[in-house]
Design a protein around this ligand. Structure first.
Ligand code: HEM
Length: 443
């Protein structure tokens, strides 16, 4: 396969890979995120991949970066082929991810070799009700979210603004209840341990594993699984049959960790709603405010879920979806030996105005069918892949959209307005939106 020039490799490294790594692939570094926003580096990263496509045409580009081979697909069909081809020949367990995630989930499905993945993936799908918009524990989950959201609204009113620190603390209380159980609500140690491990994970294999903290963290998770408090994912981990090799409680760290991205997406979605009052009004009219009663029916909220999906399309929380080839792969321009990396750079596809006229504006309709219902195919014509796709797609998608849409529905009862508007409905939406700079005033 022809290889791109050194100049192209340098552009990919400095323009795309470094900004992703510097912001923190596993836990964001807020100061770097702010700097990347100021320098508009996310938009520049999209432009860098676009330049690759302009120079090399539609065939996937092969680039050598820091001694590693990478293929960068720039056509929808190639993206589909790669993501549909998990785990072989396109394995999600790339060396970068293995190095990073081993810090806190050495037996997690995402970094598992194919044989272990074959056991762990169905277990994750089963506990998370993958593919279902409403998890069968939607009642208790939504009630926990609604209760914490009510408290958050009161705190924001008392402090005069809804800010990231308030949102984040409320979200972690909610996540601990939903994932680990009611008694974990205030167990900050467990998520602080995870945070410490995630900080090391940002350095992937370059940082040594902190075995003591990892053992304490996994021990705490195991404790909650054994407690199996009703209405929690931990209870389902305890009751779901697991084949040998699944390591049930070791699947939980990925869920706890990934819920952080849901808070970033919610922060940005709140700002989208504040900048689009007509959409916020339609969201309020879509369904009644969420109930704090676990036995109450839970609304589907397709429009609000589509707003969350738009937040993730516009500012993907996993911008670089990485795969590793496990065999020789044949492309239109030639062959690549096993062991090459594949970089699907989601923002390039999500923001390609040449093929997606709505690229830079809020377009919930991308995720809805003609009758305003959630489109289960989710805009199939073009790779919109905030949750990846194919056999390695995020099995937590439904739980994420349920919990975030419930949080936003509860908060949207108040008409928040930004202190200093960063988004405008009549202007193209920016390439970056720092979720940690959230500051909204009650109306
Ligand atoms: C906004 C929130 C989230 C987003 C955008 C997201 C997105 C993704 C993406 C892109 C992947 C594929 C990663 C890769 O191939 O490298 C993934 C994998 C995964 N996600 Fe999520 N995720 C989110 C939250 C969650 C939550 C809350 C859970 C669980 C409750 C979860 C469970 C998983 C699992 C288990 C995998 C590994 C799947 C596999 O390897 O087969 N995710 N997620």
């Amino acid at each position: 396969m022809p290889t791109a020039s050194l100049a192209d490799a340098a552009r990919l490294l400095t323009g795309v890979l470094l900004p992703v790594a510097a912001q923190g692939a596993v836990v964001r570094r807020p100061r770097v995120v702010a700097a990347v926003g100021r320098l508009d580096l996310d938009a520049r990263a999209v432009a860098a991949v676009r330049r690759l496509r302009e120079r090399h045409g539609p065939d996937p580009v092969h680039v050598r970066v820091l001694g590693r081979s990478f293929v960068v697909p720039v056509e929808p069909d190639d993206v589909r082929r790669v993501l549909d081809g998990a785990p072989e020949p396109f394995s999600p367990a790339s060396p970068e991810k293995r190095g990073a995630l081993a810090h806190f989930q050495p037996r997690g499905v995402l970094i598992s070799p194919p044989a272990a993945r074959a056991e762990r993936r169905p277990f994750n799908e089963s506990v998370l009700d993958a593919g279902q918009p409403l998890h069968h524990l939607a009642g208790p989950f939504a009630a926990a979210v609604a209760q914490e959201a009510r408290l958050l609204t009161e705190q924001a009113r008392a402090e005069g603004a809804l800010t990231w620190p308030l949102l984040s603390r409320a979200w972690w209380r909610t996540v601990r209840r939903v994932v680990l159980g009611e008694s974990a609500r205030d167990d900050e140690q467990v998520t602080d341990d995870l945070l410490a491990l995630r900080r090391r994970a940002n350095w992937s294999g370059l940082a040594p594993v902190d075995r003591r903290t990892r053992a304490r963290f996994l021990g705490r998770v195991r404790h909650y699984v054994e407690a199996a408090e009703p209405g929690s994912l931990a209870a389902l981990v305890a009751s779901t049959p697991a084949r040998p090799g699944v390591a049930p409680h070791e699947q939980v760290p990925q869920w706890l960790f990934a819920f952080d991205a849901a808070a970033w997406a919610s922060s940005r979605a709140l700002e989208l709603l504040a900048a689009h009052p007509d959409v916020a009004r339609r969201v309020r009219e879509e369904a009644p405010a969420p109930s704090a009663d676990p036995a109450a029916p839970v609304a589907r909220r397709p429009l609000l879920r589509a707003v969350v999906l738009e937040s993730l399309r516009l500012w993907p929380t996993t911008p670089a979806v990485l795969r590793q080839t496990t065999a020789t792969t044949t492309w239109r321009t030639g062959q690549l030996p096993a062991g090459a990396g594949v970089l699907v750079f989601a923002p390039f596809f999500h923001r390609d105005e040449s093929r997606l006229p709505q690229a830079h504006r809020l377009a919930p309709e991308l995720w809805l069918d003609g009758s305003g219902q959630e489109d289960p195919r989710g805009a199939v014509d073009w790779p919109l892949v905030p949750f990846s796709a194919g056999p390695g797609m995020c099995p937590g998608r439904g739980v994420v959209l349920l919990t975030t849409s419930t949080l936003l529905a509860a908060l949207a009862q108040e008409a928040w307005r930004p202190v200093a508007p960063r988004l405008r409905a009549d202007r193209p939406l920016p390439g970056s939106l720092d979720p940690f700079a959230l500051r909204l005033l009650p109306a």
